[in-house]
Design a protein around this ligand. Structure first.
Ligand SMILES: Cc1ncc(COP(=O)(O)O)c(C=O)c1O
Length: 385
């Protein structure tokens, strides 16, 4: 078994690895040079930490086409960001239109509010590869539809939703986008796409460390925060301040992580988002093409050459996907993820529930040789009894 070669990481849909060197270097420098608590004091370390956060906020606003960086809120991941939006925007009697491809970070809060707050859900049907038809949306809207929630790129099949078309069909509802899998790779312009609430995570395509993420809130839209406490501003008040972004950012922030996230964004700017997208597209294309030549493999997702993310889900005849992931890791040094990927609804939609799929998710730092190695390993596993 070829286990002396370096390990191959193909779980970038979970979190990107490696991070660009400047992410670690920036974090190393920051933790050595300043005390990292912004906005709480007037001394130079606190002011420097404030500049780290402000700089990152400006970069995020610029990256997502948001004209006002005070509308950017940092959270610890996209899950928290989505929870702030879902809990803050929905009232009893509201209706939500969402898709059959959502992650549990959307489905769990929605199912909870369905039971406890009397909201109702409509789930848009998907194609067998996880696509949704934007033209279907107006058929499901009514006066009570408060929110449309869309997963931009599926973490299960790679299927991509056409946000520009959806934004044009949202009627009087607010559009919330889960950009966990697309931010950093695909164009995402809040204003151009008519997005009201854009939730992102920092540790995937944006190359930041885990523990970073946030949301952008369209100008004029307001909602209550999920957490309240010290913000370093209006400290004379015992009530939560009203101003953005402080009202949503209680407690000492993850300055270190946010500094790393800013370095990740800088890397994307330097490299070019389109360069990153094209490389991932090439790797996913190679993978899909190679998989089509392995008998017994079924790919659950859109074909190569269509608008899709780089995550590729597959099953191999009757073989257990957990066993496949185990064999890849132990015998070939290849890290992949098997199962439901925190998205049981998506697997129900594409008929791979409850076993799930084996997911291979190439990222910017993978090479064509690594994809060939994975294909060879799968071919060999397939030919073994
Ligand atoms: C589509 C989607 N939404 C939400 C999440 C949750 O991300 P996080 O764990 O960073 O909150 C993920 C992560 O896998 C995802 O792929």
């Amino acid at each position: 078994m070829p286990d002396s070669s370096p390990p191959i990481y193909l779980d970038n849909a979970a979190t990107s690895f490696p991070k660009p060197p400047e992410v670690g270097e920036t974090m190393h420098r920051l933790i050595q040079e300043i005390s990292l608590s912004p906005g709480r004091s007037a001394h130079r370390f606190s002011l420097a930490a404030g500049r780290v956060i402000f700089g990152a906020r400006e970069r995020i606003a610029d990256f997502f086409g948001c004209p006002d960086s005070s509308r950017v809120v940092f959270t610890s991941n996209v899950t928290e960001a989505l929870n702030v939006g879902i809990f803050g925007l929905l009232a009893p009697g509201d209706e939500v239109l969402t898709t059959g491809m959502e992650h549990n970070s959307v489905m769990r809060p929605l199912r909870y509010l369905e039971k406890t707050r009397g909201i109702s859900l409509t789930i848009l049907p998907t194609s067998p590869t996880g696509g949704i038809d934007p033209d279907d949306i107006p058929n499901h809207l009514n006066k009570k539809t408060r929110l449309i929630i869309i997963n931009h790129v599926s973490n299960v099949t790679g299927a991509m939703a056409d946000l520009a078309a959806i934004g044009k069909r949202k009627g009087g509802a607010l559009l919330m986008v889960d950009a966990a899998q697309s931010a950093g790779v695909f164009p995402l312009d809040m204003e151009a796409f008519g997005i009201d609430f854009l939730a992102f995570t920092g540790h995937k395509g944006l190359f930041g460390p885990t523990g970073t993420g946030g949301f952008l809130l369209r100008q004029g839209l307001m909602l209550p925060p999920l957490t309240m406490g010290g913000t370093g501003s209006n400290s004379e008040l015992e009530e939560q301040p009203q101003m953005m972004p402080d009202c949503f950012e209680s407690g000492t922030p993850n300055t270190l992580g946010i500094g790393g996230l800013a370095a990740g964004l800088e890397f994307i700017k330097k490299t070019g988002r389109e360069t990153i997208r094209l490389h991932e597209e090439r790797l996913a294309g190679l993978l899909l093409e190679g998989l089509s030549r392995i008998p017994g493999v079924t790919v659950h997702g859109p074909p190569a050459g269509t608008d899709r993310g780089s995550a590729v889900s597959l099953t191999m005849g009757g073989k257990s996907v957990a066993d496949l992931a185990f064999l890849l890791d132990r015998h070939y040094g290849i890290m992949a993820r098997a199962g439901l990927h925190c998205a049981p609804a998506a697997h129900r939609s594409i008929s791979t529930f409850p076993q799930g799929t084996l997911r291979l998710s190439p990222g910017f730092f993978n090479t064509e040789a690594e994809i060939q190695a994975v294909l060879a390993a799968l071919d060999r596993i397939n030919s073994e009894a």
